[in-house]
Design a binder for this molecule. Structure first.
Ligand code: NAD
Length: 520
């Protein structure tokens, strides 16, 4: 049974998004501008993580339905690429306004399916909306290069869309991550086949409806639901030219290798283990509040969640206070007033977090705060765990692997150099942060740390989308990041054109030259 609060939100979304939303029924696909029922016999349950109540069923789209979606995307491409940049930009302006207008509805769908708190779900939508806002600037960002390279001769470079591209999405940001790809892929003139996470399809369906209302022509965006078979079909379909993937290491490696073996561009953002160095000269209150928020917000299910604090020197004495702040956080259903952390996505995720937290004891570490046995009286069947703080280090499961839950690992270091070494030796390179009041320390950190997205007194340093996503090491496969200027590089191919316009033949000799033209 849904909680009364969640039930009223579900009914609200259902009534406002008739034929689009899915609560109490089945999720549709969105193909050729229509929300269509799948004819598949295979469906997966979408459950409320706070109660396990069944919210909807999501189809494992059949091969012929998938084929129709790609065919529609392919058919829509010639007209869409010829649609003027100004018209494509107008669609983005409208989409921006519509996403703002309907943020709460999308956030309701996110909290229902994914479990995160409603305030956090609104942040999920807004971070995606910011990508649309950057896409609105396409007439400036797509400005091309041109130069007179020789007498009467010009070279200019133009960016051309690739054709049909695909996007495969994870569960943890049901709005933001689809919105990493929808605006940038389409504003650059591509058509898109998007596969939401099978655990959280609702936000993508509402966003598809908003794209249609914004004026995106039918076939330009197609949403197909499914799991492994749909992903493999995306990797293998020769009509699809590029794949954007965000998710786990295992699925990402599979998709990267299969997609690139089939000649596609693939960008893949994977797992993470984000460290934060806590220096003894940091502003203590500010730092400890920031660390607790970044470690336990969204129940640790952010790829930029803070998973390791490296306490340097006397800052180690602040750990008990950090534990106190973690204890103060309220764990509850995402719609509950004052909830800081919602549930984990599934009972399996909960079991995994409990096991990884418990592994610390067997492997020689220490549990400073144990959230494993957290039981919610209001939500006894939910996938809840409370915040945990553990001491662990390299060679131990809780440190070496991504936990993706509210378990914060504490490491101790004597010096900044030692702390930086931990980060640089870690296999992941998504984000890293430092809390300090010393500019020289901060600068040294920025120069020497090998991770893509750095924060100085900023615990979750996700760059705004005028910059590109910049994770590195084991956190990415492929070399072109999401959004920012990288999105232009990923979604377009670069074509140069060199032309000579000379008014007369006069300067030409009688004999043809066979030497390599140097244009000089
Ligand atoms: P996931 O890999 O299980 O699922 C992601 C997508 O891949 C889904 O659409 C799913 O259907 C598909 N998929 C899953 N297993 C597959 C398989 N064996 N073969 C083919 N396709 C498969 O990831 P998730 O659990 O939804 O998301 C959490 C993970 O995503 C975490 O590891 C997190 O760090 C990562 N993540 C990374 C970033 C980033 O930018 N680096 C952002 C968000 C999430």
């Amino acid at each position: 049974q849904l909680s009364p609060l969640a039930l009223s939100k579900a009914k609200d979304v259902e009534s406002k998004w008739k034929g689009v939303s899915m609560f109490g029924g089945t999720t549709k696909n969105y193909v050729d501008g229509q929300f269509v029922d799948s004819k598949t016999s295979q469906w997966l349950d979408v459950n409320d993580p706070s109660t396990q109540a069944l919210l909807s069923k999501v189809p494992l789209t059949t091969a012929s339905e998938f084929d129709a979606a790609v065919a529609n995307a392919e058919a829509a491409f010639p007209a869409w690429r010829e649609t003027s940049l100004l018209t494509r930009q107008q669609v983005m302006f409208k989409l921006q306004a519509l996403l703002r207008e309907h943020t709460d509805d999308i956030a309701n769908a996110i909290t229902l399916e994914q479990g995160k708190t409603f305030a956090d779900a609104k942040g999920d939508v807004l971070r995606g909306l910011q990508v649309v806002e950057v896409a609105c600037g396409i007439t400036s960002t797509m400005l091309e290069e041109r130069i007179e390279v020789a007498k009467d001769m010009d070279t200019y470079a133009r960016r051309e869309p690739l054709g049909v591209v695909a996007s495969i999405n994870p569960f943890n940001f049901p709005a933001m991550i689809p919105l990493w790809t929808i605006p940038m892929a389409t504003v650059t003139g591509n058509t898109l086949v998007l596969k939401p996470s099978e655990r959280v399809p609702g936000a993508s369906m509402i966003i598809a409806e908003l794209c249609e209302r914004a004026g995106l022509p039918k076939g330009v965006l197609n949403v197909v639901n499914g799991a492994v078979d749909t992903v493999n079909a995306i990797c293998d379909d020769p009509r699809i030219k590029a794949i954007s993937f965000v998710g786990s290491d295992r699925a990402g490696a599979h998709i990267f290798h299969r997609g690139t073996a089939n000649g596609k561009r693939v960008q893949a953002n994977l797992g993470a283990k984000n460290h934060c160095i806590l220096m003894p000269d940091a502003n203590k209150n500010f730092a400890l509040n920031s660390l607790a928020g970044a470690a336990f917000g969204a129940a640790g299910q952010r790829c930029m969640a803070l998973s390791v604090v490296v306490a340097v020197g006397e800052a180690q004495q602040w750990i008990p206070e950090l534990v106190e702040r973690a204890k103060d956080l309220k764990v509850s259903g995402g719609f509950e007033e004052g909830a800081d952390l919602g549930p984990l996505i599934s009972p399996q995720a909960r079991e995994r977090v409990i096991a990884m937290t418990g592994s610390v004891e067997k492997e020689g570490g220490k549990i400073l705060l144990d959230g494993r046995n957290y039981k919610s009286t209001e939500y006894p069947n939910g996938n809840f765990v409370g915040p945990s703080v553990v001491e662990a280090g390299p060679g131990m499961t809780a440190y070496d692997q991504e936990i993706f839950g509210p378990t914060l690992v504490i490491l101790k270091a004597n010096t900044l150099d030692e702390a930086v070494e931990y980060i640089n030796k870690n296999k992941y390179g998504n984000g890293a942060a430092i809390f300090t009041t010393n500019g020289a320390t901060a600068r040294k950190f920025e120069k020497t740390v090998n991770a893509g997205q750095l924060g100085v007194n900023v615990p979750v340093p996700v760059p705004l989308p005028m910059f590109a996503w910049s994770g590195n090491k084991g956190s990415v496969l492929g070399d072109i990041g999401f959004y920012g200027k990288s999105a232009l590089n990923f979604y377009t191919s670069y074509k140069t054109s060199t032309s000579m316009w000379r008014s007369a033949d006069a300067e030409m000799s009688e004999k043809a030259s066979v030497n390599m033209p140097t244009m000089s």
